[in-house]
Design a protein around this ligand. Structure first.
Ligand SMILES: Cc1cc2nc3c(=O)[nH]c(=O)nc-3n(C[C@H](O)[C@H](O)[C@H](O)COP(=O)(O)O)c2cc1C
Length: 215
């Protein structure tokens, strides 16, 4: 049986990012895989501390020497058949938890060599699922494709396969906008957008999960 891992880079366990990840997991499960959801913000871990143990000639490459709650997760990813990374956009970037996770995963599988682009042991199909307040128009205006492309390009290099990408725009952030200082948003429009588009995003996430396992 194939093994599918979903990484939630949102601190919220039941909101937009988690929901899309759960649809990707359902797609993978329907394609015959076992699935696991890992909530990064439930773990106690740090980003890379620049110890360079992973670059030592005297030590096998491809594993992070830091020992914390992320250590078993990094091992699980090595054993997985497909992985999906979900992150909310925070200040035009991935969430801090997701960046810290990528530092550990990608840097430990990278050595300073042009001849050896990755020491990750196999091809690992992956996908990035992003959720954000901004509209598709703002996403283009702020050149987000290029910004996020840096992480996607690193995933391609290290995991040896180009990742699939899904963007969920204009997400609903609060159940009740009237309780929060949030005058830049038109809550009615937000909920109307969600009703029309979020089911399409969920379907796209499902297809990604299924295709990562079937192809
Ligand atoms: C700290 C913080 C920073 C954010 N920065 C941005 C941003 O720069 N651009 C954007 O479109 N949305 C931004 N958002 C909104 C989230 O990306 C959006 O609500 C997302 O869907 C949250 O995911 P979740 O529902 O899974 O937690 C930010 C939210 C937070 C909490």
């Amino acid at each position: 049986m194939k093994n599918f891992i979903a990484i939630n880079g949102s601190p919220r366990k039941n909101w937009n990012t988690a929901e899309l990840l759960k649809h990707a997991m359902k797609g993978a499960a329907d394609a015959g895989a076992s699935t696991e959801l890992i909530n990064l913000y439930a773990l106690n871990f740090k980003g890379c501390t620049s110890c360079f143990a992973c670059k030592l000639k005297s030590r096998p490459h491809g594993s992070c020497a830091m020992k914390d709650d992320l250590s078993p997760v990094l091992e699980k990813i090595k054993a997985a058949d497909a992985v999906v990374f979900g992150s909310p956009i925070y200040f035009m970037n991935l969430s801090a938890g997701m960046i810290a996770f990528f530092e550990r995963l990608f840097f430990s599988n990278y050595i300073y060599s042009d001849e050896i682009p990755t020491v990750f042991p196999k091809k690992l199909p992956s996908a990035f699922i992003y959720t954000m307040n901004m509209t598709e128009k703002h996403f283009e205006f702020f050149n987000m494709k290029e910004r996020l492309g840096m992480y996607e390009g690193t995933a391609h290099r290290i995991l040896r396969v180009a990742p699939k990408i899904l963007c969920a725009f204009d997400t609903v952030q609060f159940k009740d906008y009237s309780r929060y200082e949030s005058s830049i948003f038109d809550a009615e429009k937000k909920f109307a957008y969600k009703e029309k588009h979020f089911p399409e995003d969920c379907k796209a996430a499902y297809d990604i999960g299924r295709d990562l396992i079937l192809k």
